[in-house]
Design a protein around this ligand. Structure first.
Ligand code: GLN
Length: 272
């Protein structure tokens, strides 16, 4: 039996979400949405169909679409992702918006992104604030290589360094330190849902109460901030108050928490 775009799509829709089915078919065959609508009877080659069928089975088993196709969009840019890095989340846009606000008006700001992963934060800031010098750190060597590749493809100048939080920037001070650290508490049922089991555990949880990395970042940031420099980090919906308390106890000023588009506390900021 000849397989066509429409027959492949119809069968897949029985097993996975319809939008996922369409996107996977487009990635597998190279056809566009318009092709699918205008020429649904176009035959699908055997290798393309095999790739698609494999993806549908894996998607049905919960593997995130971004890992199957190897890319994901963030702020209208396409980033390559692998299971070595977290998949970009829309709520992280808030971190970027708040960072850009704080960089506005600064002459040649120095920015540090901690736990850069695929590099979305560092690369977005480097591209959207071209006067900034951006350093990005990650503990994971494979993550650094994904991030470097993304910066190269997107034409962003970022100085990537491998190491533990502030270790690779000993003695350096910044105008802004940003981080999207692992903040999910160990045992949070969320870790078992929505494709999270496929993501790097080290990027999601500290294996403890979810605040270990935030505590370390808050404690060590003052030694790496210029006078008046800002610290901004993403956190869990129930970690706003604790984050502000940690910031205030570490002598930061104006500790404030901001909600994401879903209305959940998501980013806290303060200056030193
Ligand atoms: N926001 C992510 C989630 O809950 C977690 C990201 C992180 O730990 N940095 O899926």
């Amino acid at each position: 039996m000849k397989i066509t775009l429409i027959s492949a799509l119809t069968a897949a829709k029985q097993q996975i979400d319809r939008l996922d089915a369409r996107l996977l078919l487009q990635y597998a065959t190279g056809c566009t949405h318009a092709d699918l609508l205008a020429r649904p009877e176009t035959p699908v080659s055997v290798p393309a169909y095999e790739r698609f069928a494999d993806w549908v089975v894996r998607r049905a088993a919960g593997e995130p679409l971004a890992y199957l196709v190897g890319e994901a969009e963030f702020r209208s840019r396409v980033f390559q992702v692998s299971p070595d890095v977290l998949i970009p989340r829309p709520e992280t846009e808030l971190l970027i918006e708040l960072a850009l606000e704080r960089l506005r008006g600064l002459d040649a700001p120095k920015v540090l992104d901690l736990g850069t992963g695929s590099g979305i934060v560092a690369i977005s800031l480097a591209l959207e604030c071209p006067l900034a010098t951006v350093v990005a750190v990650d503990l994971s060597k494979p993550a650094i290589s994904v991030a470097r590749n993304n910066a190269g493809r997107l034409g962003a100048r970022v100085d990537f360094r491998q190491g533990d939080w502030f270790a690779p920037v000993a003695g350096e001070r910044f105008d802004l330190v940003v981080a999207n650290p692992p903040y999910v508490a160990d045992g949070d049922p969320h870790l078992l849902r929505d494709g999270l089991p496929f993501e790097p555990r080290i990027a999601l949880t500290d294996g403890a109460d979810g605040l270990t990395c935030i505590r370390r970042i808050v404690a060590n940031a003052p030694a790496h901030l210029k006078p008046g420099g800002w610290l901004l980090f993403e956190h869990g919906h129930d970690q706003g108050e604790t984050s502000r308390n940690l910031l205030t106890a570490a002598a930061f000023k104006a500790a404030t928490t901001f909600p994401d588009l879903a209305g959940s506390d998501r980013v806290s900021s303060a200056y030193f």
